[in-house]
Design a protein around this ligand. Structure first.
Ligand SMILES: Nc1nc2c(c(=O)[nH]1)N[C@H]1C(S)=C(S)[C@@H](COP(=O)(O)OP(=O)(O)OC[C@H]3O[C@@H](n4cnc5c(=O)[nH]c(N)nc54)[C@H](O)[C@@H]3O)O[C@H]1N2
Ligand SMILES: Nc1nc2c(c(=O)[nH]1)N[C@H]1C(S)=C(S)[C@@H](COP(=O)(O)OP(=O)(O)OC[C@H]3O[C@@H](n4cnc5c(=O)[nH]c(N)nc54)[C@H](O)[C@@H]3O)O[C@H]1N2
Ligand SMILES: [Mo]
Length: 770
C-alpha cells in the first residue's frame, strides 16, 4: 500500500531528528549570539562537509555587487560596509544549501515513496541536494528519472487539458528572485488565472493590508538609516535573535547610542536581553555584551492591540495638559479621522485595556512615556502581531500610534515590519498577488501583450480547500514546503493527494514531494549560491529586502549537479509547454535576465531604469509614497482606524497557544532539536506553559500532556504526549513549535480581516496525558 496515497488521516508529524540524548531544559541566561553561535556554526559546517566552501561563501555573502544575497532572512544589508554582514542562522542556511550530500536517482531507486513518507522531515532534507528531474511512478511507488523535456511536456499537457485555467494554482515561497517571480506570474496570467497563493498569505498578509488601508501602500517606510538614528524602538512579536539575527547589531548600536528599546512579547526572548555583536571580533574575544532592551512588556497572546490602544489613550490624556504630547500640525496636515480615533480611545476603559493586554496600567504608562519622550520612534513587528484574527486592526493601531506624534516620513521614524523569507517582499512587488489591482493588470496586459484575467484568484487557504473539493487539479509549488507549512496537516495532505498533478520546484527533498497528486514531478533548481550560466553568460537575479532596497544577487558556486536548471528557466520551460503559441519570448528572456528586467522596468511601479540602478553599489530603493507623505488612500491622507478591541482572553480552562520557530530551524527545515536561547536540548514535541497553569492541571516539568484544539466550527484536533515545559509566559498562554503544531490549526480558522491562518492564537485545552 502506498502510504502517500492511503489518506493517512491520523498524521502524527515526525519532524525533528532522532534525539541525540534525553530532553533537557536549563533556562538560558547568556547574551544572544557570541561564542554559542560560533560553535553552532562550526557544527553545521562540519556536518555538511562544507568546511572549505562554506567559509569562502560566507565571506561573499551580502557583499554589494560581488556576492549573493543571504537567503536566510529579509533583513537589509549593512550600508556602511564596516561589518562582515552575517549571522549564525544565515550561515547555517547557506551551508544547508551548499551541502556536499546528494540525493540522486540511485537514492530514489532504493527507497519507495511509502518508505520515505515514514522518515522524519529532518532526515528527508538531510539527504542533500536534488540532482535531476524525477517523476512519480505509481506502479513501483518510486520516483524515477525523467528528462526536462518530458517533464515540461507533462506539465504543459496537463495544464492545456484543464476545463478552466482556474483549476490550476501556482504557489510561491519567498525565496524566488524577482526575475523568476515576474515570469511566474506572467505565465499564470497568460494561462488565465490569478491563482497565485504565496507564503505571505501565512505571514505578513495582515501587514500589507493594514498599511495599504492606513497609508495607501503596503510596505514599511523606515529603513536601516532610520534604525540608526531613532530615539525609541518598539519591537513587537518577533524572536529576533533566532529569526532576524542581524537585527541584534541594530539593537546593540541603538542601546549604545542611548536609544530606548521596548520589547513587546509574551516571552522574554534572547534579543530582549543582551547580545554579543556576532561579527564584532573584539566583543567576541572579550565576551563583551551589550544590552538590547530598556523595557520588556510580556503582553498576553493577542493582546498587542489593547496595549497599543492604552499607549494612545495615555498620550491623548497627557495632551490635555501638555499639547506637545501630540504633533497636532502633522495630524491636521496629513491625517484623516483623528477625532474619531480620539473618541474611540477615550471610550475604551482602562480596565478593559489592562484585561485584554495582560499588562497593568503602570506598565502601559511606562511604554507610553518612552514613546512620548522620544522625538522619533520606530515600531517593528513580525508574526506575533500579524498571524491573528485581528492582525490587520493591530497593525493599523501601530500606525494610529505613530501618527499621533508624526512618526512618519521623517528620519528615524516609521512603521517597519520585519519580513520573513529573503524575497517575500519582492515577490509581491513583482506581481505575486491573488488580488491584483486593475492598474497593474492593465500595464501588464499592455506591455506583455496578454489579456490578464480580472477575477481574483485563490490564496493559500482557498487553494487547499479547492484542491480538497476537486476544484483545483494542478498544484505547482515554486519553492517552499507547502504540505508541511500550511495549516491543518491531515486536511492539506488530503487536498494535495486529490490533485491530478503536483509539481514541486525545490532544492532539497521534503514532505511536499511525498504528499502528492495522482501524478507528481520533482523539478530541482539552482540555489541562490550557485552560478547561473545562460547563453548570455553568468546571470544575476535581484531581490528586495524588508526595507524596499533592491539589489543583485550573484551565485558563485558550481551547481550541485549539471542537470539543475535555474528557476527562470524552469518557469519558461513550463510556460512554453503549456502555451505553445504564446507570443511571450520565453526562451529569449532566459538567455539574458537583463531582458526580463527591461520588461519589468516597463511594467512595475518603482522599477524604472532598473537594469542600471540595480547595479549601483547598494542597488536602489523602491519608491514608497507614504515615506514622502503621499497617501494613496481614499481621503488622500493617512487614515486613523477605529476598530473595537477584540476579546482575546481565553475562556476558563482554555489557553491561547502560539506556534513558533525554534532557534535551530528554518520554517520547515529543521537543523537540530535544540532551541538554545530557550534552554531546550533534544526536544521539539513540547509545550511551553506558565507554571501556575501547569500546577492547576497537576502537570510537572517534562510531564506528557495532551493538547486539544477547538476550531471555530467546533471540531477538535489533537496532539498527544507533548512534554510540558514551565516557562516565563503569561498565564493563559502556551507556545510550541511549527510545523508540528499545524495539526492543531483548522483549515477554516483564518482571519476574516487578512485570510491568514490563525497560527498564534489557537484555542486549546491542555491536560495531563491520558
Ligand atoms: N533562523 C530563522 N530565520 C527566519 C525563519 C526561520 O524559521 N528561522 N523564518 C523566516 C520567516 S518566513 C519569518 S515570517 C520570520 C518569522 O519571525 P518571527 O515572527 O520571530 O517568528 P516566530 O518564531 O513565529 O516567533 C513569533 C514571536 O512572536 C511572539 N509572539 C507570539 N504571540 C504573540 C503575540 O500575540 N504578541 C506578541 N507581541 N508577540 C507574540 C513569540 O513569542 C515569538 O517571539 O523569520 C524569518 N527568519
Ligand atoms: N503553525 C505555523 N505554520 C506556519 C507558520 C507559523 O508561524 N506557524 N509560519 C508561516 C510562514 S511565516 C511561512 S513564510 C511559511 C513557510 O512556508 P514555505 O516557504 O512553503 O516553507 P519553507 O520551509 O520555507 O520551504 C523550505 C523548502 O524550500 C526549498 N528551497 C530552499 N531554497 C530554495 C530555492 O532557492 N529555490 C527553490 N525552488 N526551493 C528552495 C527546499 O526544498 C526546502 O525544503 O510557513 C507558514 N507556516
Ligand atoms: Mo514567513
Amino acid at each position: 500500500m502506498n502510504a502517500s496515497q492511503n489518506g493517512h488521516d491520523g498524521v502524527e508529524p515526525n519532524v525533528g531528528p532522532t534525539p541525540e540524548g534525553e530532553p533537557e531544559f536549563h533556562p538560558y541566561h547568556h547574551p544572544a549570539a557570541g561564542w554559542g553561535a560560533a560553535k553552532s556554526v562550526t557544527r553545521v559546517l562540519v556536518g555538511e562537509k562544507a568546511l572549505v566552501d562554506g567559509p569562502r561563501a560566507i565571506m561573499r555573502m551580502n557583499h554589494e555587487r560581488t556576492g549573493f544575497d543571504c537567503p536566510g532572512c529579509a533583513w537589509p544589508d549593512d550600508t556602511k560596509g564596516l561589518h562582515l554582514d552575517i549571522c549564525e542562522n544565515g550561515i547555517k542556511h547557506v551551508t544547508w544549501e551548499m551541502t556536499g550530500k546528494r540525493v540522486g536517482p540511485e537514492f530514489f531507486a532504493a527507497h519507495s515513496v511509502s518508505e520515505l513518507f515514514e522518515w522524519s522531515d529532518f532526515d528527508l532534507e538531510d539527504q542533500g541536494r536534488l540532482t535531476g528531474p524525477m517523476v512519480y511512478d505509481p506502479e513501483s511507488d518510486h520516483y524515477v528519472p525523467i528528462s526536462w523535456r518530458d517533464a515540461f511536456e507533462l506539465v504543459g499537457r496537463t495544464l492545456r487539458e484543464l476545463d478552466d485555467p482556474n483549476q490550476a494554482s501556482f504557489y510561491t515561497s519567498g525565496r524566488l528572485g524577482n526575475e523568476a517571480t515576474f515570469l511566474y506570474q506572467l505565465m499564470a496570467r497568460e494561462l488565465g488565472t490569478n491563482n497565485l497563493p504565496d507564503c505571505s498569505n501565512m505571514c505578513h498578509e495582515a501587514s500589507g493590508r493594514a498599511l495599504t488601508a492606513s497609508l495607501g501602500t503596503g510596505k514599511g517606510t523606515a529603513d536601516l538609516k532610520d534604525w540608526e538614528t531613532t530615539d525609541a524602538l518598539f519591537i513587537m512579536g518577533v524572536n529576533a535573535a533566532s529569526n532576524a539575527p542581524r537585527m541584534l547589531t541594530a539593537l546593540a548600536e541603538a542601546y549604545d547610542r542611548g536609544a530606548q528599546i521596548v520589547h513587546i512579547n509574551p516571552l522574554v526572548e534572547a534579543a530582549a536581553t543582551r547580545t554579543i555583536v556576532p561579527h564584532d571580533f573584539t566583543d567576541m574575544a572579550l565576551f563583551k555584551s551589550t544590552r538590547t532592551s530598556t523595557l520588556n512588556l510580556q503582553v498576553r497572546i493577542g493582546g498587542d492591540m489593547a496595549l497599543l490602544r492604552g499607549m494612545s489613550k495615555a498620550v491623548l490624556e497627557q495632551a490635555k495638559t501638555d499639547p506637545k504630547a501630540l504633533d497636532q500640525e502633522f495630524i491636521d496636515r496629513h491625517t484623516a479621522y483623528f477625532d474619531d480615533y480620539r473618541a474611540v480611545c477615550e471610550a475604551t476603559p482602562w480596565d478593559e485595556i489592562e484585561r485584554q493586554s495582560g499588562i497593568d496600567r503602570d506598565g502601559i504608562l511606562k511604554a507610553a512615556q518612552v514613546y512620548r519622550e522620544a522625538d522619533r520612534s520606530i515600531m517593528s513587528w513580525c508574526l506575533g502581531v500579524s498571524q491573528h484574527e485581528h492582525g490587520v486592526d493591530t497593525v493599523r493601531e501601530i500606525v494610529n500610534l505613530l501618527l499621533l506624534r508624526g512618526n512618519l516620513g521623517r528620519e528615524g521614524a516609521g512603521p517597519s515590519p520585519v519580513r520573513g523569507h529573503s524575497n517575500v517582499q519582492g515577490n509581491r512587488t513583482c506581481g505575486i498577488d491573488h488580488r491584483p489591482g486593475e492598474e497593474f493588470l492593465n500595464r501588464l496586459g499592455e506591455v506583455c501583450g496578454i489579456d490578464p484575467p480580472r477575477e481574483h484568484g485563490m490564496d493559500t487557504v482557498a487553494t487547499i480547500q479547492a484542491m480538497r473539493r476537486g476544484d483545483v487539479k494542478v498544484f505547482v509549488g515554486m519553492g517552499g514546503n507547502f504540505a508541511l507549512a500550511a495549516p491543518d496537516t491531515p486536511y492539506t495532505y488530503a487536498a494535495l493527494r486529490t490533485c491530478d498533478l503536483t509539481v514541486q520546484v525545490s532544492t532539497k527533498l521534503n514532505r511536499s514531494h511525498l504528499v502528492h497528486g495522482r501524478r507528481a514531478l520533482i523539478l530541482p533548481c539552482l540555489g541562490r549560491t550557485e552560478k547561473d550560466h545562460q547563453r548570455g553568460g553568468i546571470q544575476s537575479t535581484s531581490v528586495e529586502d524588508s526595507m524596499s532596497m533592491v539589489h543583485l544577487s550573484i551565485g558563485m558556486k558550481r551547481p550541485a549537479s549539471k542537470h539543475l536548471l535555474s528557476e527562470p528557466a524552469i518557469i519558461a520551460g513550463m510556460a512554453r509547454a503549456a502555451l505553445p503559441d504564446s507570443a511571450t519570448p520565453w526562451e529569449w528572456y532566459i538567455e539574458d535576465y537583463d531582458r526580463i528586467r527591461d520588461t519589468m522596468a516597463q511594467t512595475l511601479d518603482g522599477f524604472e531604469d532598473c537594469n542600471r540602478r540595480v547595479r549601483l553599489p547598494l542597488g536602489f530603493r523602491i519608491k514608497q509614497p507614504a515615506r514622502e507623505l503621499v497617501f494613496l488612500t481614499p481621503s488622500g491622507q493617512a487614515e486613523f482606524s477605529t476598530a473595537p478591541l477584540p476579546d482575546v482572553v481565553p475562556a476558563p480552562g482554555t489557553l491561547a497557544l502560539g506556534t513558533m520557530r525554534s532557534h535551530d530551524q528554518w520554517n520547515t527545515t529543521i537543523y537540530s532539536d535544540n532551541d538554545r536561547y530557550r534552554g531546550i536540548k533534544n526536544l521539539r514535541t513540547l509545550v511551553f506553559m506558565n507554571e501556575d497553569d501547569m500546577r492547576e492541571r497537576g502537570v510537572c516539568e517534562f510531564d506528557p500532556v495532551d493538547i486539544v484544539a477547538t476550531a471555530k466550527d467546533g471540531t477538535h484536533r489533537r496532539l498527544d504526549g507533548y512534554l510540558a515545559i514551565p516557562y516565563d509566559i503569561p498565564r493563559g498562554c502556551a507556545a510550541g513549535y511549527m510545523p508540528e503544531m499545524n495539526v492543531l490549526c483548522a483549515i477554516g480558522d483564518y482571519s476574516l480581516q487578512s485570510d491568514q491562518p490563525l497560527m498564534k492564537h489557537v484555542k486549546v485545552t491542555i491536560e495531563a496525558h491520558a
